[in-house]
Design a binder for this molecule. Structure first.
Ligand SMILES: [Zn+2]
Length: 362
């Protein structure tokens, strides 16, 4: 007679078998090999879920294990062995799959972190100097070879250096076309590099031979030939007995070195407040040689800059005695020259920093 309160071991075995059958289906759905690191990690998580579901505290196996005490003591051994066998099998099957996946993940991670030395490198994009800098360097090279020093100075100036010392007193009509930008403290952005001449003469006295390339500012509306900020180079030579012929010889030599030995220079009388006499200088067109073309507007000549003998008032303002020393000065626009050399019809292109434009000139 069997005790009706006792559980039949067959019932226990069949529940465990049913649970194992479910597990068998589920574990087969987890692939042995994954496509990628990400899917492998997902599979690993699925295995962990199966472990909890079939071996955890709330699993069928755990519940059945608790019920063993209700089985006839003589048959408990078989029922227990059955549960034990399935628990072992489930553990082994999950472990085996997990090992394969972990191996795959390890290899995939190593591969991901390895540098493939056979891949082509990323080519560095070499830069080059701005066309205005290139032009400035060419000009500097020529004047340095003629014995000139290259001077640099501040871009924010007082009225004295920008106007008064250059013989442009308050109310002088020449202040108008040179109108610049002012700060609230009575300082101004220099409207010409001539300010550097005054600083250089004050600092070094006479004799002096220098050029001053740099940025200058004018209150101009930008158009194809004007920009509120542009580049000038200014030259100054002060010594005993300096005359107009020295000026002409120097400018002519500079232009020959710049545009070729056949270049002809001409001077036209002009007016500047800081020189007396004053002259503008042109040179024979480097493109057509003087016969007339688009660049020289069919005149055969290209206007380039202004020059003259330094006004005695300017020498005096810089502390140089005009009774002993005389000198000449000249100035020209670097951007204008770059525009001429490179055939640009709009100087604003030089300041827009568009790499597609700039990379054409080096
Ligand atoms: Zn021409």
């Amino acid at each position: 007679m069997s005790d009706p309160t006792q559980l039949r071991p067959e019932a226990l075995v069949s529940s465990v078998n049913a649970a194992y059958a479910d597990f068998d289906v589920e574990i087969d759905h987890v692939p042995d090999r994954a496509e990628s690191l990400e899917t492998a990690e997902k599979c690993l998580q699925e295995l962990q879920n199966l472990r909890v579901k079939y071996l955890g505290k709330k699993s069928v196996l755990a519940i059945q294990r608790k019920l063993i005490k209700n089985v006839d003591p003589n048959r408990r051994g078989d029922a227990g062995a059955n549960i034990h066998k399935f628990a072992d099998t489930i553990t082994q099957r999950i472990d085996a799959k997990e090992l394969r996946l972990r191996t795959f993940i390890l290899r995939a991670r190593t591969e991901r972190e390895t540098i493939d030395v056979t891949l082509p490198g990323r080519r560095p994009r070499p830069g080059h100097l701005h066309p205005i800098t290139l032009m400035r360097q060419r000009i500097e090279d020529i004047f340095v070879s003629l014995g000139y020093a290259v001077e640099d100075d501040r871009e924010i100036e007082t009225d004295f250096y920008n106007f008064d010392a250059l013989n442009i007193p308050e109310g002088h009509p020449a202040r108008d076309p040179q109108d610049t930008f002012y700060t609230t403290d009575g300082f101004a952005l220099r409207s010409q590099t001539s300010t550097v001449q005054i600083h250089a003469m004050q600092r070094r006295g006479a004799p002096v031979r220098m050029i001053a390339p740099g940025r200058v500012f004018r209150r101009d509306t930008p158009d194809p030939t004007h920009n509120p900020m542009f580049f000038q180079v200014e030259g100054l030579c002060v010594d005993r007995g300096i005359s107009m012929s020295h000026l002409k010889g120097t400018v002519a030599e500079f232009l020959r070195q710049m545009f070729g030995a056949q270049t002809v220079t001409r001077f036209r009388p002009s007016y500047f407040p800081f020189t007396e006499p004053s002259a503008e200088f042109d040179f024979s067109c480097f493109k057509c040689g003087g016969t007339g073309c688009r660049i020289c507007k069919n005149s055969g000549w290209i206007e380039l800059g202004g020059s003259g003998m330094v006004h005695p008032n300017v020498l005096r303002a810089a502390g140089v005695d005009p009774e002993v020393y005389s000198g000449f000065a000249f100035g020209l626009g670097i951007d204008r020259m770059a525009a001429l050399m490179y055939g640009l019809d709009d100087i604003r292109l030089l300041f827009e920093n568009d790499v597609r434009f700039l990379q054409q000139f080096y």
